[in-house]
Design a protein around this ligand. Sequence first.
Ligand code: SAM
Length: 253
Amino acid sequence: MIFHVLTIFPEFFRGPFEHGVVARGEKSGLLQIQIRNLRDWTSDFHKTVDDRPFGGGEGMVLKPQPVFAAVESIFPRRDPRKQRVVLLSAQGPLFNQRTARRLMEFEELLLICGRYEGVDERVSQHLADEEISIGDYVLSGGELAAAVVVDTVARLIPGVLGNPDSSVQESFSDSGEEGPGDGILDCPHYTRPAVFRGWSVPEVLLGGNHAEIRKWRRQAALEKTTRLRPELLAPRASAPVQALPDPNGVKKG
Ligand code: SAM
């Protein structure tokens, strides 16, 4: 899969994609990340990408001309089944794991990063296939949002994660059935030491009984989802959730 990121701050991406899963995926040829400088598609001496808003008001707006020119030169014969153009925007529908799975089906993804007051609305109306927001808050630019989208989609590409089960049995993974991957939160994880500052790991995880461990993990995932994200359970008619005993005998509020 190829990710193109259109930005006025290409150097922003020196860090985020040079580590971990995304970097490994790129090294092994499963994905490519092309950072594109929007200024390369300007036609004036100063490489101007922004201008004042019509109607007055604060701030500057990214001009449509370089954005259209960039997208049309990156995808000269755009194939809507294989290529997707996404405008990062605080106003788009919220990004989630389902969106990531849908985007993973495309061969190429082009992410447009806005800045200042945003991008001329004609980009949303006539160029982008969709707008995506990573949350109901306003960032100063689309770069952080693009990094979130690339990271989330990249780890779903078959082969990118060392252990393919990792993306099946994690929070929000959705198999459409009840059980692992039914869209709820992941179970809690613990590692050594078994007792840290007096807090013990649940006994069942130390015993090696895999059927019991599976049962505990399922129950713990349901309990945590009920406590932190009850809305994830709302649409399904799931088994009643029992509170798990706290290994340290401390009651949760
Ligand atoms: N005036 C805009 C508004 O109120 O909706 C905010 C513009 S914001 C300062 C500049 C750019 O940051 C946006 O064009 C967009 O690309 C990006 N951005 C800000 N918040 C975002 C979010 N929650 N998700 C995705 N992109 C975001």
